[in-house]
Design a protein around this ligand. Structure first.
Ligand code: NPG
Length: 375
């Protein structure tokens, strides 16, 4: 397709409850939406198409180096001019078109997602079909933030189990690790349980982390810093619990290195963190070839990104439940028709494109600014 205009729209949505991790507390969801418009050549002629992307960069650079206004700036000043200069933009050429910009995978992913949505919608193909997804429903895991007390944690986990979630992930940090895990195991028994440290530990904490081995966890996610592959490999020698990398896996090359170094036994794929759904698919394929289980991570996406993640989670190598919870885990009212968790799973969208579009009234309600950039 040839791009004619791109809208960069900021939205703010209330979260049902604050979400606390080792890098801070989110009180509300702030996101950058990218809407592309262009002309798509099809066998029967040229059609006008539009597509949506969601940028998962956070307001502040606390999870990764990117942040929302930075992503906006990179899109407006550097990526969009390169994309407008191209005669033909396809999802497959987005990476090459953005290659002159070093880094900024979340900005690139949002643009690629919008191009992909436009193309797939124009061709009548769902993202699930495009990715080679093989399931109609996928098991739904839920991520539980750090709580003010163990008693509150038990109540929160009880509620999610009651709702039917297929797997519980507990956020941990120094001072909130062994005891909450012990309490959840003691109260709920042999449920599928894993923990996520968001890089909050160092190798000097190996003895402490080894105590988690007593609890039969599915995995411990990103215990050490994002650029500590070698130290993750050392830690892996000391733990029985499988290490799963998230922040460290920024590309298919990083995934190959992590596997070769034996720094990880499981990989969390987040399309935004790796530059888009195409790189996410390459990581999926690499891991599958190496027998490394993968699962789809989440970044509090609105229904747009959430629906797209469900399609990724339906790929055959995603053998562990992902952070693909129902919209109502985070939002009383989502931007789109909600993603619904029922009986521990969510339905894979089959509609063309991402499978969701913003509801016009919600879009108007949640928008805080819109900038339109033209060719
Ligand atoms: O279900 O969307 C979800 C949240 C899953 O815990 C979750 N995400 O570190 O993986 C993470 C964490 C996160 C949230 C990271 C927001 C960055 C931003």
């Amino acid at each position: 397709m040839q791009l004619t205009s791109v809208e960069l729209r900021h939205i703010t949505m209330p979260l049902r409850s604050p979400f606390t991790t080792s890098f801070g507390t989110e009180e509300e969801k702030i996101a950058l939406l990218v809407r592309v418009a262009g002309e798509l050549r099809t066998p029967t002629g040229t059609v006008e198409v539009t597509g949506w992307g969601e940028c998962v960069a956070m307001a502040e650079p606390v999870y990764s180096a990117e942040y929302l206004t930075g992503a906006h700036e990179v899109l407006r000043r550097f990526l969009l001019p390169a994309f407008f200069r191209a005669e033909e933009v396809t999802a497959e050429t987005c990476a090459a078109l953005g290659a002159g910009v070093v880094g900024h995978p979340m900005a690139k992913a949002a643009l690629e997602m919008a191009v992909l949505d436009a193309e797939l919608t124009g061709r009548g193909v769902s993202l699930a079909e495009y990715l080679g997804a093989q399931r109609r429903r996928v098991p739904s895991g839920v991520s539980v933030g750090i709580q003010p007390s163990v008693a509150t944690l038990i109540d929160v986990v009880a509620d999610y189990l009651e709702q039917g979630y297929a797997r519980i992930k507990l956020k941990i940090q120094p001072g909130w690790d062994v005891e909450p895990v012990r309490a959840v195991r003691a109260r709920f028994g042999d449920i599928p349980l894993q923990v996520d440290a968001n890089a909050a530990y160092t190798l000097a904490d190996a003895d402490l982390l080894r105590r988690l081995d007593d609890f039969g966890l599915l995995l411990v996610e990103q215990p050490l810093a994002h650029d500590d592959l070698r130290q993750h490999a050392e830690l892996a020698q000391l733990l029985r619990t499988p290490i799963c990398l998230d922040e460290s896996i920024t590309s298919v090359r990083a995934a190959a290195d992590a596997i070769a170094l034996r720094a990880t036994r499981v990989i969390n794929i987040k399309p935004g963190r790796v530059g888009g759904y195409l790189e996410a698919r390459r990581i999926h394929d690499l891991c599958r070839a190496h027998g490394v289980p993968v699962w789809c991570g989440g970044m509090l996406e609105t229904g747009l990104g959430r629906a797209a993640n469900v399609a990724l989670a339906a790929m055959p190598g995603c053998t562990l439940p992902g952070d693909v919870s129902g919209s109502d885990r985070f939002y009383a009212r989502d931007l789109t028709e909600p993603v619904v968790m029922r009986g521990g799973s969510v339905e894979v969208p089959q509609a063309p494109g991402l499978g969701r579009i913003p509801l016009p009234d919600r879009l108007a309600e949640f928008s805080t600014s819109v900038e339109t950039v033209r060719r």
